[in-house]
Design a protein around this ligand. Structure first.
Ligand SMILES: [Zn+2]
Length: 371
């Protein structure tokens, strides 16, 4: 089967192959619905290779770097022991939480958290150490993007998988007792980018997205340009124009939850397309290539260990380096308590520094590309 690469990037194939039971509450369709996977090209940037075969030079990056690495973090959790946060799902009806099993699971989690809080009331929260991400990235000469969700109170419709923290919740950041909003301000002040981790149901709602963007901007005190949907909940037929209409410049949602690789056959940023009006949109996609939990989560995705994950990461990095593209990585901050995950992160950062990659945030990669 021949693939029209322009149509591929515009989303025609993805829209065509959506599952027959696709609905807004359905689990996100993943790599098995991808046209390139059916052709055996998931781990090859075939669009970029075709582009370069016309003797066109690889993209230029600052300071003569041969490829870029876009480092990102989706902040789904800020505390491990918070009873206040665990109680929240019971204060508002959850959309999509009609199944008894889900309710039981939530109750079980609450009970478990209560036990943890009682048992550990004199022990520090293991997640209150997010400054470590900044310190380690600084050591490697890197910057990154932290996608924060807009806070419990600023989301109208809650999904069972959405985060449960609020921007006024308290935590410890770099030895200081502060609110989530104050941590966000401090991360930004140190030179890292803050993006919006939009809620599950915001994927098709311009007003909701605008509200979430404004809430985060108010907490931050600066404009927010970048977005990634929580759980990668995205509909190629609607979400590009929704993000664009809400005023975002850069998105990095288009990757996989259960695999790694090139969802659109490319690691080059491209302007998204509105399948409805058949027009290019002023929003740049910097596709997600590898996320931590797709490899290391023992109950979903590839279910590999860190040794095997490193092999996959080197394989994909080599492909990105060959075409001089962008390797977008997602490491969840709460995975800092998972030793396998943290050690793998340090190893890959070290490897990328030795490769002389430009390791930076979504906004930096995006603005360089547009220039
Ligand atoms: Zn998330």
């Amino acid at each position: 089967m021949d693939i029209d690469y322009q149509k591929l990037l515009q989303g025609y194939y993805e829209a065509k192959l959506l599952p027959h039971d696709f609905s807004e509450d359905r689990v996100v369709p993943d790599f098995a619905f991808n046209i390139l996977n059916t052709m055996g090209f998931l781990y090859k940037p075939i669009v970029d290779e075709a582009y370069l075969s016309k003797n066109i030079q690889t993209p230029e990056w600052p300071e003569g770097k041969t490829f870029a690495v876009c480092l990102t973090h989706d902040v789904d959790d800020v505390s491990y022991f918070s009873l206040r946060q665990s109680l929240r799902p019971f204060t508002a009806p959850f959309n999509g939480l009609h199944i008894t099993q889900d309710k039981l699971k939530r109750l079980f989690t609450l009970g478990f958290t209560t036990l943890r809080v009682c048992k550990n009331q004199f022990i520090n929260d293991p997640l209150h150490c997010y400054e470590r991400w900044l310190k380690i990235e600084e050591e490697f000469g890197a910057k990154s993007t932290f996608f924060f969700w807009p806070g419990w109170k600023n989301v109208t419709k809650h999904h069972k998988t959405d985060p449960i923290y609020d921007l006024n919740d308290r935590l410890i950041f770099d030895g200081n007792n502060c609110t989530v909003a104050e941590m966000i301000q401090e991360i930004h002040r140190r030179g890292w980018e803050i993006g919006l981790h939009a809620s599950w149901y915001a994927y098709n709602d311009v007003d909701e997205l605008k509200g979430q963007k404004e809430a985060l901007e108010k907490a931050l005190g600066y404009p927010v340009h970048s977005i990634r949907q929580h759980y990668l909940h995205y509909d190629i037929r609607i979400t590009p124009r929704t993000h664009s209409a809400a005023g975002f410049k850069y998105d990095s949602t288009l990757g996989f939850n259960n695999n790694i690789g090139f969802r659109f056959g490319t690691c080059y940023p491209w302007k998204l397309f509105d399948l409805g009006s058949k027009k290019e949109l002023p929003i740049l996609e910097i596709p997600l290539i590898i996320q931590d939990v797709a490899m290391l989560n023992p109950s979903k995705g590839m279910r590999i260990d860190s040794k095997m994950a490193l092999r996959y990461m080197l394989l994909i990095t080599e492909e990105v380096e060959k075409v001089g593209g962008v390797l977008t990585l997602l490491w969840h901050p709460n995975e800092i308590i998972n030793r396998q995950s943290w050690t793998l992160y340090l190893k890959i950062l070290n490897y990328l520094r030795e490769k002389n990659a430009w390791i930076t945030s979504l906004q930096e990669v995006g603005s360089w590309w547009l220039r």
